[in-house]
Ligand binder design. Sequence first.
Ligand code: THU
Length: 146
Amino acid sequence: MSDINWDELRQHANDAMKRAYAPYSNFPVGVAALVDDGRIVSGCNVENASYGVGLCAECGLVGALHMSGGGKLVAFTCVDGNGAVLMPCGRCRQLLYEHSAPGMILETVSGFRTIDQVLPDAFGPRELDAYALTDPATATTCEGCE
Ligand code: THU
């Protein structure tokens, strides 16, 4: 935590925010994260005339993470068009959770928080394993499962 350079991370988020394509909401967002090998990855929101298809900045960040070598996220920050710290939306907390290192820290509007604090009792890869059907032949299935 103490060895994380939050000013540098926020600077990357601000630089990313300036690349946003947000003509519909006029609400540019930039995000940046420190990867467990020391890399910094970032992203901006990219909207679409079909509004619901727009991509949050975190989508770009996760793409950048994988395209630049993968790894796990250890620290994350998100800024709005004024450079102020912004909370990641609910969907994006789920996106971040999937790629988080244990104890990942987020800079939030209420101070530094862990990923478990901003997404308590999360559903993730472990739950898929833990609650998987043991014997699909005998299990009760829903219509959509058949
Ligand atoms: N937005 C993000 O990029 N990330 C978030 O976590 C919150 C919301 C974007 C989506 C949309 O382009 C704009 O902010 C307004 O909702």
